[in-house]
Structures are given as C-alpha cells and as structure tokens.
Design a protein around this ligand. Structure first.
Ligand code: NFK
Length: 269
C-alpha cells in the first residue's frame, strides 16, 4: 500500500536482522543479573496474559520511576527484549518499569493506551516520587498519548509525570492507515483522531518534553518527530536529531547513565 515503504525500517538498516538476536542476548543477561541480585520484581497490572511489568529497582531508595514502553508497531515483541535499556536510569538511582501489553490485532491502539495507563498507575503505587516516561516508535506514541486530552491517567498520577521523551514516535497515525499492517492495527479516522498525539491537545502543563529521533532514520520518522514537536511547540517540546542513529539503535543511549538521552529524560530531576 502507499505508505508501506515509507514506514519500513528493517529494509533500510544495514545488518538489520542482527538486532533482535542482539537485543535478546543483552536483555536476558541484564535481566538475569538483576534477578540474581534481587533487583527485579515482575508486577501484574491486569488479568490479560500480557498485562505484566518488569520493575527494576536501583540500590537504595529510588529517586523516582522511569517507564520505558517498547515498540514494534503495536504488534510485535514484549518487555523481555529491552531489559538492558534500564541500565542508564538504574545507575542514576531511578527504578525502571518496562510493561508488556496486548498486541494488535488482539487490541487496538486505543485499548493498548489504556493498558499502558494501567501499567503506569500500578508502578506509581509501587514507587514513590516523580515519573519519567519514554518509549520507542509505537511506544513513543503510547507515552506521548499519556500527556494528551482526553486523559487516560488519573490526575494524581498525571501530576507526578515530570518528563517525557518519545523516541522516534508515531505522533500521527493517519499515514499508517495506508499500510498493509493496518489490517492488524485497524486504525480508522476516528481512532487516528483520538490516539494521534500530534492531533491532540496536551493535557498537563510543565512536563519537560524532548522528541528524540535518529538522523539516519526513514524520512517519515524524521517528519513524524518534527511534526510532534511542532504540534506541542506551545509546551516547548524540544526536538533532538541524534547524529548517526537509525531506528534500531536510536534508543541505545538508555543503557548509559551519562548519555544525552538519559540526560534528556532525567537531567535535573
Ligand atoms: N518490521 C518493522 C520493525 C520495526 O519497525 C520496529 C522494530 C523494533 C522496534 C520498533 C519498530 N518500529 C516501530 O514500532 C520494520 O523493520 O519495518
């Protein structure tokens, strides 16, 4: 369909097929080490099979809770592929929550957003203090949607969100209506209007927002990132175009406590 190639990542990334096995290895090693030192708790936030969150705990009392929502066009992967990305915020003394969620076609994007809101509400009860949201690609749409009207989070939870970094987000769902994957996603005009962060008003004020994208990404992703930061210009949403990064390595900075990406998420908090 018209936009299939514009939103294909794998076909334009060198050695693209090496990334998933690499993530599997890194995530499993990190997760097992965290479990061995008693720093991993798995929490259930609802009755459906995938409604579970891995919560990685730092040494000592957490400064707050960072949440990472994974991507895969809302229809692939789960929390277990990304555990290593908790390393940066954890080393800075933050807890890190990584939820799984029901995938399309079993859930539509609006329902997945409601699941993420439930997951955030659950970890907000487990960890005191500020909340910092980040998510990659489809996960960028999901975390950005948490800031929009109509709200998905109760005011007492929303008030604790201090920062949000959508990484290579899909801010506007409309172009995805012209892709083959929409057979699974079932985005229609109504859902695109209700779930596209770039088409919604920001509900909360005072949240530090940085839209992050790799300079080597597909033009559609550079456009999506610029469009979201422009739509949210009133909130001074920053746009950071990370040199040399593409869709499969743009989030790697989360592994490093001192990276510009972790600084955008947690700096000063
Ligand atoms: N099959 C997709 C995969 C993809 O785009 C992707 C892979 C990992 C994490 C996020 C992704 N994209 C958006 O959610 C592609 O490579 O085009």
């Amino acid at each position: 369909m018209t936009n299939d190639i514009a939103y294909a990542n794998r076909d334009f990334i060198p050695a693209a097929d090496d990334y998933v096995p690499g993530w599997e290895r890194a995530a499993a090693a990190f997760r097992h080490a965290a479990r061995d030192r008693g720093a991993l708790r798995t929490r259930r936030y609802g009755p459906a099979e995938r409604q579970e969150t891995d919560l990685f705990m730092p040494q000592g009392q957490p400064l707050g809770c960072a949440v990472f929502v994974h991507g895969g066009y809302w229809r692939a992967f789960d929390k277990s592929l990304w555990s290593h990305l908790a390393a940066g915020p954890l080393a800075r003394g933050w807890a890190v929550a990584m939820p799984s969620y029901t995938l399309a076609p079993h859930a539509r994007i609006g329902q997945i957003g409601a699941e993420i809101a439930d997951a955030i509400t659950d970890v907000a009860e487990a960890v005191e203090g500020p909340i910092a949201l980040c998510g990659h690609s489809a996960g960028g749409q999901l975390v950005a949607r948490m800031l929009c009207d109509p709200p998905l989070l109760a005011p007492r939870i929303a008030a604790r969100i201090l920062s949000c970094v959508p990484i290579s987000p899909i801010g506007d769902l409309v172009p995805l209506m012209d892709t083959a994957m929409n057979a699974d996603l079932r985005i229609d005009a109504e859902e695109a209007a209700a779930q596209s962060p770039a088409r919604l008003a920001l509900g909360a004020a005072g949240i530090r927002i940085t839209v992050w994208v790799g300079a080597e990404e597909r033009p559609a992703f550079l456009d999506q990132a610029a469009g979201l930061s422009q739509a949210w210009a009133g909130a001074e949403a920053g746009l950071r175009i990370d040199p040399g990064r593409h869709h499969f390595d743009v989030m790697d900075g989360l592994e490093n406590a001192g990276s510009p990406l972790v600084e955008a998420l947690l700096g000063g908090l």
